[in-house]
Each structure stands twice: as structure tokens, then as C-alpha cells.
Design a protein around this ligand. Structure first.
Ligand SMILES: Cc1ncc(COP(=O)(O)O)c(C=O)c1O
Length: 442
């Protein structure tokens, strides 16, 4: 293996980095040049403990042999097959594996390349589903305040993070939002699902009534809102959304891009909460983050509604050049195998009490105003620096990075979501490092 130390980049200017403070980054770049299991290696040869599974995606840890080997092999055997009107075996094999893992009745899979594409696919599917059934008047989509559903136009429209929306004009029309579920006055420092906030699900009734139920196609929510700073649904909240959707013939979409593949100790959040959506979006952990790929899982009734008309006609005018790409499919199959071999889809359930204990032990650190957790997810909300929102958490991010720990921040919230292979000793290390950061005048 080549010596990765002091690998210097040439010029940083040309790459306009996504969701990054470009000018600040380029003055003091943070570069990873290697990774193995729970740790990254930086270009100056330091190890960084991964407290975020990359971007909530590397659920099995880094550079896992089965996945690496599957990609290598597939790249030498069949690199690409056209996705339209043609196929290759692994895409079908993967769809079957996903259906086996999915909640009962979700018997079909549509491939994308990212979470954002999964979301836009799901929204289009919902609109088209109503139309093929002769209910084209159902054109409205309902999202939620503070939601993150990726960055394409559909996902941005149903999303509820103001800074992600405000630059981009009118977005999709016919979209409304229900309230977020963050109630810090009542729920601060709750372990697991909060007691208060079920009534917020009833807001869906109000919004649906405002527009008339017959105009509403679908409601989309993240079962646990991640990118907005980890909002755990109040007890009974998702069940109530399901009931309201059923009552009015509205499709319920769960965006499982971060909760899918074991994050809560079950294959999907739908399993954890005992609520089955009509459509489920996934990406990230599907390939362990190694190769871009997403999958939309769909109830049979929805798929079947499209299967009419002349058989030579395309039933759903949608798809991507790389839908079910052979290398991505091989990576996903090897990822699912790794999850299965190592029991990773249920590991978070075994670790969640230990995780919660370590996380909530930080309650006494300065400026901590809330801590919340579920499965292997944690969040620490900090009091903002006066007049400088986001800066305190970003300072914590920079100090953590310097001290060998990767955390993620959004607003003044630190979000944690380590690879599911994390050991108890590594959980201790993570929270020890984080305590030092939080005590260090941020
Ligand atoms: C819930 C959710 N949906 C969609 C996305 C978008 O995924 P991608 O960045 O792969 O487009 C994310 C990304 O963090 C997400 O958390």
C-alpha cells in the first residue's frame, strides 16, 4: 500500500464543494485519504474516529472486504448494462433481497442513485398512482417543517429547512407542511421517544381539511428527522399519521434514507415503529455508502395499479441511466450480506442503552440545552452563541476533528450516528473525546 501520509492536494479552487463553507475550508482543508472499519486517516497521518458513519451511510464501517471485493469483481465482469428495456441479473437478485427485508406487502423496488432521487421518484410515483386510478385530482403533496428530503426540486419543496428552500423560487406548487415535532420545553433530555407531541399528528387532519382530502396525493415524513438535528417522533405520532392517511385515501411515504438498514436496531424504522408506509425511500446504507445507489420500495397495490394498458407500452415514464447499475447492485448485495453475516441490522438494539447512557452523561457540559437519542442516533443541542447561530456547534466540529473525532452539526445541534459495528470501548472513546471538546470553551 502506498504511504498516505502528507498527501498534498494540488489546487483546491476548482472544486465547488457541496454544503460546505468553501472559503473557510480551503484556508484550512480537512482531507481524508484512507479509512478502515471505525476510523478515517487524514492526509497528515492522523486517525479520526467516525462518529457519523460518513454521512449516515457507512453502516458496516469502512472498506469492508466483501463489499470491496464484490465491486472489484463486478467491474471486471459487467461494468454497465443499459437500464431501460434491458437488464442484468444482479439488479433482480437485489430487488428480491430488498423485498425479503422490507415490511410485508412492499413487494416492488425502483432504483435510483441517491436519497434525493429516491424522494423525487416516490413523489412522482404517488402522483402518477392516483392518476392511473382515475384520481388525478389528487395532486397535493404534504411535507413537514424542518424536514430534509434531499435537494432536488421535489424534495426541497416538501422539505422544511428554510435555508435550503429560500434561494430557489417558488419550488413545486400544491405543497403544504405540517408542524415539526420539536418541543424542547416539554421533551428536553428525553431518552427514546418523547411523551409529548402526539397532538401534532392531528395537524395533518387540519391541513388535509383545508385543501379537501380529495386533492391530497401523499404525505412524506422522515420517521426520525435526521438532518434537521435529530427529532425523534413523539409516542404514537407515526401511527396517528397512518390512520389519518388511511381515512382519506392518502399515501404515506416514509423517507428512510438515514433510518433504513439498521440505524434503529431493526431493518427499517417502519419495523421499529410498527407502522408500514405505502412507499419507502432508501439510499445511503443500501451500499454502505460506497457506491451511489437508492431504492424506492413500494406496496404491491401501487405497483400493480400501473400494470395495465398494452403490454408493449412503458408503464411509468421515469428512470435513471444508472438505475440498478451492475456495480452498485453488486455493492448492495455484498452490503446486505455483510449486514446479515454480522447481525448489523439488529445490533443498534443491543447497543442503544449503552449508547444512551454515554450520550446523556454529557448533560452537565456547558451550553447543553437538550440531548435526544434513539437506536444508534444521538443529538446534543447547544445554546447558540449570542448573535452567531450555528457557530458554537461548528466550533465543536472543528475541535472534535482536531482531537480525532468526526461529528456532524446542523444549526447548533451535534448529530451522532456511528457505524453499527462500533464497540462499547469505541462508544466510551467517542463520548470521552466529545466531553473534552464541550468542556473546552467552545
Ligand atoms: C432523510 C433524507 N432524505 C434524503 C436525503 C438525500 O440523500 P442524498 O444526499 O443521497 O441525495 C438525505 C440525506 O441526508 C436524508 O437524510
Amino acid at each position: 500500500m502506498s504511504d498516505r501520509r502528507n498527501v498534498a492536494p494540488n489546487d483546491l479552487e476548482a472544486f465547488w464543494m457541496p454544503f460546505t463553507a468553501n472559503r473557510q475550508f480551503k484556508k484550512a482543508p480537512r482531507l481524508f485519504v484512507g479509512a478502515k472499519d471505525m476510523r478515517y486517516t487524514t492526509n497528515d497521518g492522523r486517525e479520526v474516529l467516525d462518529g457519523t458513519a460518513g454521512l449516515w451511510c457507512v453502516n458496516a464501517g469502512h472498506c469492508r472486504p466483501k463489499i470491496t471485493e464484490a465491486i472489484r469483481e463486478q467491474a471486471g465482469e459487467l461494468d454497465y448494462a443499459p437500464a431501460f428495456q434491458l437488464g442484468h441479473p444482479k439488479a433482480f437478485e437485489l430487488a428480491n433481497r430488498l423485498v425479503d427485508l422490507a415490511p410485508k406487502g412492499m413487494g416492488h423496488v425502483f432504483y435510483t442513485n441517491s436519497g434525493s432521487e429516491s424522494v423525487d421518484t416516490a413523489l412522482k410515483m404517488a402522483l402518477a398512482y392516483h392518476r392511473v386510478r382515475g384520481e388525478g385530482g389528487r395532486f397535493r403533496l404534504i411535507g413537514r417543517e424542518r424536514a430534509y428530503h434531499g435537494i432536488n426540486f421535489g424534495g426541497t419543496s416538501v422539505g422544511g429547512i428554510v435555508t435550503n428552500r429560500k434561494m430557489f423560487g417558488t419550488l413545486l406548487t400544491g405543497v403544504d407542511h405540517i408542524p415539526h415535532t420539536h418541543l424542547p420545553d416539554q421533551n428536553a433530555f428525553t431518552r427514546g421517544e418523547p411523551e409529548h407531541g402526539l397532538h401534532l399528528a392531528n395537524e395533518l387532519e387540519r391541513v388535509v381539511a383545508l385543501h379537501d382530502p380529495s386533492t391530497v396525493a401523499a404525505v412524506i415524513v422522515e420517521p426520525v428527522a435526521g438532518s434537521t438535528g435529530v427529532l425523534i417522533p413523539p409516542k404514537g405520532y407515526l401511527k396517528r399519521l397512518r390512520e389519518i392517511c388511511d381515512k382519506h385515501g392518502i399515501l404515506l411515504i416514509f423517507d428512510e434514507v438515514i433510518t433504513g438498514f439498521g440505524r434503529l436496531g431493526t431493518p427499517f424504522a417502519a419495523d421499529y415503529f410498527g407502522v408500514t408506509p405505502d412507499i419507502m425511500t432508501t439510499a445511503k446504507g443500501l451500499t454502505n455508502g460506497v457506491i451511489p445507489m437508492g431504492a424506492v420500495l413500494v406496496k404491491d397495490e401501487i405497483h400493480d395499479a400501473f400494470m395495465n394498458g398494452p403490454e408493449h407500452m412503458i408503464e411509468f415514464m421515469h428512470g435513471y441511466t444508472y438505475s440498478g447499475n451492475p456495480i452498485a447492485s453488486a455493492a448492495a448485495l455484498a452490503t446486505l450480506e455483510t449486514y446479515q453475516d454480522e447481525g448489523l441490522l439488529t445490533r443498534a438494539a443491543e447497543l442503544s442503552d449503552y449508547w444512551a447512557e454515554g450520550l446523556h452523561s454529557l448533560k452537565d457540559c456547558p451550553h447543553v440545552i437538550d440531548i435526544r437519542n434513539l437506536g444508534l442516533i444521538g443529538a446534543i443541542e447547544l445554546e447558540s452563541l449570542p448573535g452567531e447561530p450555528t457557530k458554537r456547534a461548528f466550533n465543536a466540529f472543528l475541535k472534535a476533528y482536531e482531537s480525532g473525532l468526526l461529528i456532524r452539526t446542523t444549526g447548533d445541534i451535534i448529530a451522532l450516528s456511528p457505524p453499527l459495528i462500533i464497540s462499547k470501548a469505541e462508544i466510551d472513546e467517542l463520548f470521552d473525546k466529545l466531553r473534552t471538546v464541550l468542556m473546552n470553551n467552545i
